[in-house]
Design a protein around this ligand. Structure first.
Ligand code: ZN
Length: 407
């Protein structure tokens, strides 16, 4: 089975996660893929293959010729995004992509003007959807890359590698991928999530995240006799929102610029609630954004009375660079491996979080590497099959360098 065939097999299994579910995993159907993967790992002869009740799959491959005595982990997530249909995925391969618009089907076209980076994949074989679903290369490409490396090692015992830990996890897309991750069972010195796009990109940074729930209290009275009495909570909410700088909205930010993004508004004259997410790579700048939210609330309260506006801050994941800075060799190993493959490494900050960020703070340093997918979470999703192949070579190179004592 080629990496592409493997990817098609995984993509056809619906594993969509559900943010509204309170169970772990959030959807039972993620077990459909977990069971297939556990079986494949057993067939490959991996040790202590284990599928737990939370739908985490673990396994180990012993070292063959190793000077390091250490274990490197590789992790990919099994679920697909709840943002778009993940059922009846019908992948198709375009051989030697011509770099132009792609007719996906059902009148859906991937246009270069909407996705200008697509043309960079010209000449490569691409896997695409039929226009009715997402593909699921996020992150089944990561799973396929890891499996492909394991198969290679089994068939080529002459290639040195250190001890390998593998984990496939559920519910990454709803931010719960590491909720029940068992670090002891995984038993690795450090790991890489294989959950990125471009194969040259090593992600060693994430945002710092916070959520703000802003509540407004109004004073409701019949509008016919409301003069100088009525206070509309909806108006307070709009006034509050207008106090926040427009240039901090996500649609005006990129690169290392953080943002304040309103995700929900609901309300009546009596009460209103606005929900925001705040993001910044720089921890102090995130604190500054929180301060801005609080100052806007003070302004509303000064004008309409104490208790008119209340801000509740819920802190989320943190930038993993804080941790990874203490382990330069983890990044170094991946960089050296890429260079040996003739690829120029690019280190990039993710404009989001990763499971690796949580794992890094749990004690397992874990940057993210590319697996070849693109345009994730929708029907324009694709996988560059050359990059998928390179991703699996990258895994092997990293393990080979570790075995050679380069850690
Ligand atoms: Zn992903």
């Amino acid at each position: 089975m080629s990496a592409a065939e493997r990817l098609i097999r995984y993509c056809k299994i619906d594993t969509q996660s559900d943010p509204k579910s309170a169970t772990s995993p959030s959807t039972q159907k993620q077990f459909d893929l977990a069971e297939v993967l556990a079986e494949e790992l057993r067939e490959l002869g991996l040790e202590d293959v284990y599928l737990d009740e939370y739908c985490n799959v673990y396994a180990h491959m012993p070292a063959n010729q190793d000077k390091s005595g250490k274990t490197i982990g590789f992790i990919a997530h099994m679920d697909t995004s709840p943002d778009y249909n993940g059922a009846n995925v019908n992948p198709r391969i375009i051989s030697a992509y011509d770099g132009k618009d792609i007719e996906l089907g059902e009148g859906v076209v991937t246009r270069i003007k909407d996705f200008p980076k697509m043309s960079e994949h010209a000449g490569h074989d691409l896997m695409v959807t039929d226009g009715s679903s997402l593909l699921g290369a996020d992150d089944k490409a990561g799973i396929a890359a890891i499996m492909e490396a394991l198969v290679y090692w089994k068939e080529h015992p002459e290639e040195a590698h250190c001890r390998i830990a593998v984990a496939f996890t559920p519910d990454e897309e709803i931010g719960r991928g590491t909720e029940h991750f068992d670090l002891q069972r995984f038993d690795a010195a450090f790991a890489y999530t294989m959950d990125g796009g471009d194969i040259r990109t090593i992600t060693d940074e994430t945002f710092n995240a916070a959520e703000a729930i802003v509540t407004f209290r109004g004073f409701s009275i019949h509008p016919g006799s409301a003069k100088n009495k009525l206070v509309s909570a909806v108006n307070l909410a709009m006034e509050y929102h207008a106090l926040l700088p427009e240039h901090m909205r996500p649609e005006h930010t990129e690169g290392k610029e953080g943002y304040i993004h309103v995700t929900e508004i609901r309300g009546t004259t009596e009460s209103a609630v606005m929900e925001y997410i705040l993001r910044d790579h720089d921890r102090q700048k995130l604190e500054d954004k929180i301060e801005l939210m609080n100052r806007a609330a003070s302004w509303i309260n000064a004008r309409y009375g104490e208790g008119s506006c209340n801000v509740e801050i819920i802190r989320g994941y943190r930038n993993m660079k804080e941790i990874l800075n203490n382990y330069p060799e983890v990044m170094g190993l991946a960089e050296k491996a890429l260079l040996e493959m003739g690829l120029q490494p690019v280190s990039e900050g993710a404009r989001g979080g990763t499971d690796g960020a949580n794992l890094s703070f749990m004690g397992l340093p874990c940057p993210n590497l590319g697996a070849g997918g693109g345009n994730a979470h929708g029907r324009y999703e694709f996988c560059d099959l050359w990059e998928l192949e390179q991703s699996s070579i990258l895994i092997r190179k990293i393990a080979e360098k570790m075995a050679g004592g380069e850690y």
